[in-house]
Design a protein around this ligand. Structure first.
Ligand SMILES: *[C@@H]1O[C@H](CO)[C@@H](O)[C@H](O)[C@H]1NC(C)=O
Ligand SMILES: *[C@@H]1O[C@H](CO)[C@@H](O)[C@H](O)[C@H]1NC(C)=O
Ligand SMILES: *[C@@H]1O[C@H](CO)[C@@H](O)[C@H](O)[C@H]1NC(C)=O
Ligand SMILES: *[C@@H]1O[C@H](CO)[C@@H](O)[C@H](O)[C@H]1NC(C)=O
Ligand SMILES: *[C@@H]1O[C@H](CO)[C@@H](O)[C@H](O)[C@H]1NC(C)=O
Length: 534
């Protein structure tokens, strides 16, 4: 891994001017990622076809290149794409390799997604737009069709460059998810497909992989990697692979247990620079599904303590492996709150295609719906919200690079609300999310985080408020909507809320104002009294 003090903007300017600047953790922290599953994002013809979710649907790199406006229009300045390597060709009892995770030949790109030139064209177009490319890579295994009669009969000569049985662990099925020898050396999920487990502790495999990834990164000017199933290869392999790649990498470590995840981002010796933040993922989901936000705060405190750098984790609520957020509850206000947390939280926001269209698919492959069914609607409420929030985040970084340097401060974490402040006091961004849903009542809540007489704008509704002597603002909550406030001076001259109104009680607030905020949080009990606060 190259260490550098370059900010994202400087790194981008350098790469733009043709000087090679490897994208390191610091450059990635300023970015916001949109995750694309190539087969399901856009077809070359831009058209819409019906397809079965366990078969190829026909998305391509060219299709993606043609639709970058859709992604950039939401304010994302990086994309993460599914693996680019040639896969096995057979259909299996668990479907076709439409997702790209069943590698067979690492020396060729996946002809289902296009040609080498198509992939290069995608990268060129991204870099022209000052967008980064993160590519998903599979290092744990190579794949072969399996007739479900163990042990699998694998023709190793088909694999490139790992064309011999000697590069692989002998067959055993992963059965002990708490025993690392077992889940690292045995074969994952032997059903329909055999995921022949590479002997990543052998020096032959390390050197073939190092050579391969160096070459892939330089051939396609890749800016970052996602390492699939990182937890399932031996620890020592990971830093060697990341170093050979020379770019920032997320490694997939699927666990909600702080020690299990943070040991990969150890304060003395990193195994991985970054990971998708599964620690936040579980309690965040729980808070919107009958739980409370207290658990989220607990886990965040643990993570800041145990991980070397939570600011290099990927903040997410959806990906291609997990049931969609809306598969559990279709309330739109809840999805807005989840999106707000993902983009305004610490770390690198990562939004999975379809999240912005409020897709509702559950378990795989239902969570991999083709995006064209949405007609790429740029007026969808979550698309519009992501656009606003990415702008606000980018502006905050521009105003104060410190925004990216320190973990957020939790202001309120209780049953129904979670509020956080990010960035230096003179340019703080404060948000509150709630799990009350669109049926939520109207009420007022005092939110700290600003300074005496600060004039602030809530950027989703473009309504202004002034902080009191204690730096608290009066939040007019209603219909379960999230709120994000910045100082007015921080957005002056930008296209964020060029027109504002003065915030006040919600018109629809016939319902009695309710209690529900944390102890210590000032409540304006009745709406009549609230108007005095204006
Ligand atoms: C692998 O182990 C799982 C239990 O972890 C079991 O359900 C499955 O049938 C096993 N598969 C084979 C091919 O042995
Ligand atoms: C862990 O798994 C390995 C490989 O399957 C096995 O040999 C070993 O006995 C297991 N260890 C324990 C403590 O069960
Ligand atoms: C970090 O890694 C070092 C070297 O592997 C190890 O000695 C140390 O215990 C680890 N620290 C934590 C907090 O895991
Ligand atoms: C810990 O994170 C910092 C960035 O915050 C980085 O500079 C440093 O190299 C990391 N430590 C290790 C051991 O990787
Ligand atoms: C919000 O939190 C409360 C308290 O834990 C819970 O009763 C409620 O079900 C949650 N709301 C949703 C939509 O999950």
């Amino acid at each position: 891994m190259r260490s550098s003090l370059l900010t994202g903007a400087v790194a981008a300017a350098l790469s733009f001017s043709g000087l090679a600047a490897a994208a390191d953790a610091e450059a990635w922290k300023a970015r916001s990622i949109y995750q694309v599953m190539i087969d399901r994002f856009a077809r070359t013809d831009g058209g819409s076809v019906d397809c079965k979710l366990y078969e190829f649907c026909g998305g391509t790199w060219k299709g993606l290149t043609n639709k970058l406006d859709y992604i950039q229009g939401m304010g994302f300045d990086a994309i993460q794409i599914s693996p680019v390597i040639k896969n096995m060709e057979e259909d299996t009892s668990v479907g076709e390799p439409y997702h790209g995770y069943w590698s067979e030949d690492l020396t060729q790109v996946n002809p289902k997604f296009g040609t080498k030139e198509d992939l290069k064209e995608l990268v060129d177009e991204l870099h022209k737009r000052d967008m980064f490319l993160m590519v998903d890579v599979v290092v744990n295994h190579m794949a072969a069709k399996f007739d479900n009669k163990p042990p699998p009969k694998v023709d190793y000569s088909k694999f490139k460059p790992f064309n011999d049985e000697k590069y692989f662990h002998s067959y055993c099925n992963v059965t002990e998810w708490e025993n690392s020898t077992n889940y690292q050396n045995c074969w994952l999920y032997p059903y329909g497909v055999a995921l022949a487990d590479l002997k990543t502790e052998s020096s032959d495999v390390v050197s073939l992989f190092s050579k391969w990834i160096k070459d892939l990164v330089s051939t396609y000017s890749i800016d970052g990697l996602r390492i699939d199933a990182a937890k399932h290869v031996n620890d020592e392999f990971l830093p060697k692979f990341v170093e050979a790649a020379g770019v920032f990498s997320f490694g997939e470590v699927l666990t909600g247990v702080t020690e299990d995840m943070c040991r990969y981002q150890n304060k003395t010796k990193n195994l991985l620079p970054g990971m998708p933040n599964y620690l936040d993922f579980y309690p965040l989901n729980e808070a919107f599904n009958g739980g409370s936000f207290e658990r989220l705060q607990e886990i965040k405190i643990q993570a800041v303590d145990a991980c070397n750098d939570t600011l290099a984790l990927g903040s997410f609520i959806e990906n291609h492996d997990m049931p969609r957020f809306a598969s559990q509850n279709q309330d739109l206000a809840l999805a807005k709150n989840a999106m707000t947390y993902v983009i305004m939280n610490d770390g690198i926001p990562t939004v999975y295609q379809g999240q912005e269209q409020h897709f509702i698919g559950g378990e795989t492959p239902s969570n991999r719906e083709p995006l064209w069914t949405s007609d790429y609607n740029t007026e969808a409420p979550l698309y519009v919200l992501a656009k606003t929030l990415n702008k606000v985040r980018k502006n905050a970084i521009k105003k104060s690079p410190e925004y990216l340097k320190k973990p957020s401060e939790v202001l309120i974490a209780e049953t129904n609300h979670f509020c956080q402040s990010k960035g230096p006091a003179e340019n703080a961004v404060v948000f509150c999310i709630t799990n009350k849903s669109s049926k939520g009542d109207s009420y007022e809540m005092a939110v700290p985080g600003f300074r005496d007489s600060d004039e602030v704008v809530e950027v989703i509704s473009c309504a202004t408020t002034t902080a009191d002597a204690m730096g608290q603002i009066n939040a007019y909550m209603g219909q379960g909507e999230p709120k994000v406030w910045v100082k007015r001076s921080a957005i002056e001259g930008t296209d964020i809320c060029p027109k504002t109104t003065v915030d006040g009680p919600k018109k629809d607030s016939g319902a009695a104002a309710s209690k529900g905020a944390a102890t210590g949080v000032l409540m304006a009990a009745v709406l009549g009294a609230a108007s005095l606060l204006l």
